[in-house]
Design a protein around this ligand. Structure first.
Ligand SMILES: Nc1ncnc2c1ncn2[C@@H]1O[C@H](COP(=O)(O)OP(=O)(O)OP(=O)(O)O)[C@@H](O)[C@H]1O
Ligand SMILES: [Mg+2]
Length: 446
């Protein structure tokens, strides 16, 4: 670097800094390209030095043409825009037009000066058109500089003035050369930024569409479930009627078929209910009816209802009531749903002769409810996926009639317990060592 800088060059450097600041402070492509063509004339006062029109053109890689991008906002530029035989943004110069100095500047990576617009504008202008426009606007001299980005010419910038070429001082030349370097960087930044903005807009739109689709899916599931429930409930009741009225007249095989049909319908209704619940929870449409409940009464009643089914399977199901249990705030129907799923799971995964214990343990600000069995237990791996949607370990059922599994039960239970401000978790000492499922619910007065 030369440290013996003259006052003029210092001025040039300061002017360049100002230009850099003006151009680089905005990132939007259209703003940047307009500032590029305006700043030298309007901000630096080059109008006073006889400069009148600045034009930026960039290479369009696809069409291999130099395309007009922006033009300065000056009276001469306005005049040029009025008299041009081709609209400004359509003045494209093919890179194959190697006699045109605009193309030469790009291909040879150097600047050109001309006092004859035919050299700069033909093609696409016809020679007489170029002469007519130059005369109408009153430009004497134009300088064409390549715009460089990452060592590659990406376009040109044209400075047109009402003075002769030999009146351009060295300082002016220096500034313009320095300026075209900044232009390359600014165009590159703005292009990257605009691309990023477009990607971000595309993503926003995709996100919006996904949300829309998700809502449609929810609406569909909810509608389909409602529509399925009614006919299935009708089938179920007729099967039940048939079974209870004609039981004596049916052969064992017929009875078995009808019973299977009855159980499958019941299973389908449960599945549809689960799907409906999942859809309601996920769309935030599930309404809870939180009440002040006496926990032990609710649990005792629920377990009582489940005991006959456990007996059928040869399982011992019992509720140990500690008595004097504080009241909780919860939706009783949802607590019932969770408990039925947990006890139902224990029934599915505990062999005949096993036990299932329902415990109730009061604590400071919550009660802890546990369902413990001495059944098939779980590995650590299985435990990690337990509360996810459709997570079933599959296959290994201990009671054939219970061998149906969607893997929605624990997902729903977790969602419901969390909606009621509680927590749910599982523990097991390993395969065949039983499982304990625990959940908490808040006390009424906490
Ligand atoms: N008490 C348990 N002992 C052993 N494994 C269990 C126990 N409870 C749940 N699991 C495992 O967790 C899985 C998920 O249980 P979840 O209740 O979510 O679904 P499911 O009972 O298989 O089907 P669904 O409840 O939808 O009818 C079960 O398939 C089973 O592998
Ligand atoms: Mg289940």
């Amino acid at each position: 670097m030369d440290y013996n800088t003259t006052p003029q060059t210092k001025q040039t450097i300061q002017a360049l800094w100002r230009l850099e600041k003006i151009i680089l402070e905005s990132l939007d492509f259209n703003t940047v390209v307009q500032k590029i063509v305006d700043s030298v004339l309007l901000e630096l006062g080059y109008l006073n030095l006889g400069y009148r029109i600045v034009v930026l053109a960039l290479i369009d890689e696809k069409s291999q043409k130099l395309k007009r991008i922006s033009i300065s906002k000056t009276p001469e530029a306005e005049k040029a825009l009025k008299v041009t035989p081709i609209p400004f943004h359509e003045i494209d110069i093919p890179l194959s037009a190697t006699n045109n100095i605009s193309v030469k500047a790009v291909l040879e990576n150097r600047n050109y000066t001309t006092n004859d617009w035919r050299q700069m504008l033909c093609p696409p202008y016809r020679p007489e058109e170029a002469v007519a426009v130059q005369n109408a606007v009153g430009i004497k001299n134009s300088m064409v500089f390549p715009v460089i980005s990452k060592n590659k010419a990406i376009g040109i910038i044209i400075f047109s003035m009402i003075k002769e070429a030999d009146k351009v001082s060295e300082d002016e030349m220096d500034l313009i050369k320095g300026f075209t370097d900044v232009v390359g960087l600014a165009v590159q930044n703005a292009t990257l930024y605009s691309r990023l903005e477009k990607t971000s807009k595309d993503l926003q739109f995709a996100n919006f569409r996904l949300k829309q689709l998700d809502r449609l899916k929810d609406e569909f599931v909810s509608l389909a479930s409602h529509e399925l429930r009614t006919p299935m409930t009708i089938i179920k009741s007729y099967l039940w009627l048939f079974l209870s009225k004609k039981r004596d007249q049916l052969t064992d095989k017929e009875k078995m078929y009808i019973e299977r049909a009855y159980e499958s319908t019941e299973r389908l209704i449960n599945l549809v209910n689960d799907m409906l619940n999942v859809s309601r929870i996920e769309s935030g449409r599930l309404k809870l009816e939180i009440k002040n409940i006496q926990t032990d009464v609710l649990l005792a009643q629920l377990v009582n209802e489940l005991v006959p089914r456990a007996k059928q399977l040869g399982l011992n199901l019992a509720f140990s009531n500690p008595g004097n249990v504080p009241r909780i705030m919860a939706d009783p129907e949802r607590v019932e749903q969770v408990l039925i799923n947990l006890v139902g799971n224990s029934m599915k995964f505990t062999p005949t002769g096993g036990t299932i214990a329902v415990r109730l343990i009061p604590d400071k600000d919550h009660v802890l409810i546990q369902v413990a069995d001495n059944g098939k237990g779980m590995t650590n791996m299985e435990m990690q996926r337990l509360f996810q949607k459709f997570s079933t370990t599959g296959g290994n059922y201990l009671h054939k009639q219970e061998a149906q599994s969607t893997g929605l039960g624990l997902y729903l239970s977790k969602s419901l317990i969390e909606l009621m401000n509680g927590k749910i978790w599982a523990e097991s000492s390993g395969p065949n060592k039983g499982s304990v499922f625990s959940f908490t619910l808040p006390l009424a007065n906490s």
